[in-house]
Design a protein around this ligand. Structure first.
Ligand code: TXA
Ligand code: MG
Length: 316
C-alpha cells in the first residue's frame, strides 16, 4: 500500500487519516515516526499494537508551534524555555509536567510528557493541518532498527500503513531527550543535538540519569538492533574473517574482502556517519551474512549518539 509523495494534497489526506483516529508514518529530520492524534486514546493504542511496543514505554508528542505546549503540558521552566527558543524546531525533546488532557496511554501513566517540535517541513505541515499535536514513536518494530527511509517503515510495519515519503532523513538518529530538575539538565537519551551544544547554551554540564531516581523508561539495553549479531570493533585487526561476516567502517574503505562492506563517511564526518548509520545497517540486515562488525566512531558531537545506538544494537 501507499507510499505517498509529500504533496499538499497527500499531506491533507494524511491529516484526515489522523483526524479520523488512524495512524500515518511521516518523516522527521531524525527518523520516520508513526503518528496519531495525541488526544485520541484508541488511535494511540493502535501505535503500540502495530509496533508491538510495551505499554510502559511512553511516546513523544510532536507540535508545530511553541504555543502548542499549553495544550499538553504546564509551562516549561525559564531555563528550558531559553533552550527551546534556541533549538526548536529541531531534534530536541524535553520532558515537561503533563496536563490531564493527555491520555495516560501516551505517557505510560507518568505525570510528565515528552515534547518536541520537528524541523522537517513535511512533519511540520502534517501537524499543522491536523490541528492537533501528534504522538509518534519511531516507525519501527519495538527494539529493531530505526527507519530513516520510507522503505524501512514498510519493511518493518508492513504495507498497510500510509507513509509520507520524504526521502532519507537528515540526521539519521533520534532526537536528544533532556529533563530539567532543580537547576540541572539530565540527558535521558543522547541524540541528534549534541550535549556540547546544549551545554554551551545552558552554561553547565549535563548530568546522566541516576537509575531509580530520574525516570527514563524505554531506554533498553537491547534496542535499535538488526536481526543479526552486531559486534563493535576498534579496527579490522579485531575481525575474525569468515564467510558470513560483514564490515562497516567509520571512514576508511575496508581493506579486506567481505561479503558485505560499507563506509559510514569517507570524509570522516560524524553527521554524515549518523545520517548513513541505520540506512547501512538496514542493508546489512538484508545481506546474506550472519555477523556485522562495525567500527567505533569518535565520541564527540553526534558521535556520542552513534555509539549509544551501536552499543544498544550490540545489546551486551
Ligand atoms: O527523533 C525522535 O525523537 C523520534 C521522531 C519520530 O520524533 N521519535 C522517537 O520516539 O524516537 P521513540 O518512541 O522511539 O522514543 C521515545 C522515548 C521513549 O522510549 C522514552 O525513553 C522517552 O522517549 N520518553 C517519552 N516520554 C517520556 C517521559 N515522560 N519521561 C521520560 N522519558 C520519556
Ligand atoms: Mg524508537
Amino acid at each position: 500500500m501507499p507510499v505517498l509523495k509529500p504533496t499538499i494534497k497527500n499531506i491533507k489526506l494524511c491529516s484526515n487519516i489522523i483526524n479520523h483516529g488512524d495512524v500515518v508514518a511521516f518523516p522527521t529530520e531524525t527518523v520516520y515516526g508513526l503518528g496519531a492524534d495525541v488526544f485520541n486514546e484508541n488511535a494511540v493504542i493502535k501505535i503500540f499494537e502495530i509496533k508491538k511496543r510495551p505499554r510502559f514505554d511512553p511516546l513523544i508528542v510532536h507540535i508545530s508551534d511553541i504555543s502548542d505546549i499549553d495544550k499538553i503540558a504546564h509551562k516549561p521552566p525559564e531555563r528550558i524555555k531559553k533552550l527551546l527558543k534556541k533549538f526548536w524546531p529541531g531534534p530536541l525533546t524535553v520532558i515537561l509536567k503533563k496536563k490531564n488532557s493527555v491520555p495516560d496511554v501516551v505517557t505510560a501513566g507518568l505525570d510528565t510528557v515528552a515534547v518536541r517540535m520537528p524541523s522537517n517541513s513535511i512533519a511540520f505541515q502534517l501537524i499543522k493541518t491536523s490541528k492537533t499535536p501528534i504522538a509518534a514513536p519511531s516507525a519501527n518494530r519495538f527494539t529493531r532498527l530505526s527507519p530513516t527511509r520510507a522503505e524501512h517503515v514498510l519493511k518493518q510495519l508492513g504495507s498497510n500503513i500510509f507513509v509520507l515519503d520524504g526521502g532519507k532523513t537528515v540526521y539519521g538518529v533520534e532526537s536528544t531527550i533532556i529533563k530539567y530538575e532543580r537547576g540541572n539538565i539530565y540527558l535521558l537519551r543522547p541524540g541528534a543535538l549534541s550535549p556540547e551544544k546544549i551545554e554551551k547554551e545552558f552554561g553547565k554540564k549535563l548530568l546522566m540519569p541516576v537509575a531509580g531516581k530520574i525516570e527514563s523508561p524505554g531506554q533498553f539495553k537491547k534496542h535499535y538492533s538488526p536481526d543479526k549479531k552486531l559486534i563493535i570493533v576498534r579496527d579490522e585487526d579485531e575481525i575474525k574473517i569468515s564467510e558470513d561476516a560483514g564490515y562497516i567502517s567509520f571512514k576508511d574503505r575496508p581493506l579486506k574482502k567481505y561479503r558485505f562492506s560499507a563506509v559510514l563517511s569517507e570524509k570522516g564526518d560524524l553527521y554524515e556517519a549518523a545520517s548513513n548509520l541505520f540506512d547501512i545497517l538496514n542493508k546489512a540486515e538484508d545481506a546474506s551474512i550472519k555477523k556485522i562488525y562495525v567500527q567505533r566512531v569518535p565520541l564527540n558531537g553526534i558521535g556520542f549518539a552513534i555509539m549509544d545506538r551501536l552499543k544498544r544494537a550490540e545489546g551486551l
